[in-house]
Design a protein around this ligand. Structure first.
Ligand SMILES: Cc1cc2nc3c(=O)[nH]c(=O)nc-3n(C[C@H](O)[C@H](O)[C@H](O)COP(=O)(O)OP(=O)(O)OC[C@H]3O[C@@H](n4cnc5c(N)ncnc54)[C@H](O)[C@@H]3O)c2cc1C
Length: 133
């Protein structure tokens, strides 16, 4: 979303079925398969957005982030780049057809018109939203 905005796209909107960002790193998300003691297997030096390096003191902190640290990092990123207001929570994408997103918003079925869609729904569920082109 940040990159699209920086490229000049208007009305960049994220649809998230859950109530928060973080994906698998959000332990509250029912889709998350993570556990509270999980640490990332890639160090903070590499497991970061290039334009948002991890602020940490290697003498006092581990190089590998805990699930809570990853969650906080993602939140900081979304806050600093002002993305949170552009995410529609409780909005589950059911299907994407050319220029249309079919979704349920708080349980109600809707259809929204968009000129371009990206699907970023993780990889754990067997079925991704159906893209019909
Ligand atoms: C147990 C485990 C440990 C991992 N550890 C590491 C690690 O240490 N290092 C590493 O680099 N990677 C790790 N990964 C890989 C991990 O998948 C990525 O780090 C990253 O979280 C993937 O991000 P994502 O946004 O693609 O998917 P996710 O984090 O899964 O986020 C997908 C989001 O899309 C939402 N969503 C899904 N379907 C819909 C829909 N139809 N409509 C609306 N919203 C929807 C979900 O609610 C979720 O918020 C791990 C994965 C697992 C399962």
């Amino acid at each position: 979303m940040k990159e699209l905005k920086e490229q000049g796209f208007k009305n960049v909107t994220g649809f998230e079925s859950g109530s928060d960002i973080g994906g698998i790193w959000d332990i509250k998300n029912t889709r998350s398969t993570c556990w509270p003691q999980l640490y990332a297997n890639i160090s903070k030096l590499n497991f970061a957005y290039p334009d948002f390096p991890w602020q940490f003191n290697p003498e006092k902190e581990l190089y590998h982030a805990s699930i809570k640290e990853v969650y906080d990092y993602l939140h900081k990123y979304a806050t600093v780049f002002k993305l949170l207001d552009d995410i529609q929570f409780h909005s589950k994408v059911l299907q994407i057809t050319p220029e249309k997103v079919h979704l349920t918003e708080d349980g109600e079925q809707k259809c929204a018109q968009w000129s371009m869609e990206y699907v970023l729904n993780g990889n754990k569920k067997k079925k991704r939203p159906l893209i019909v082109w």
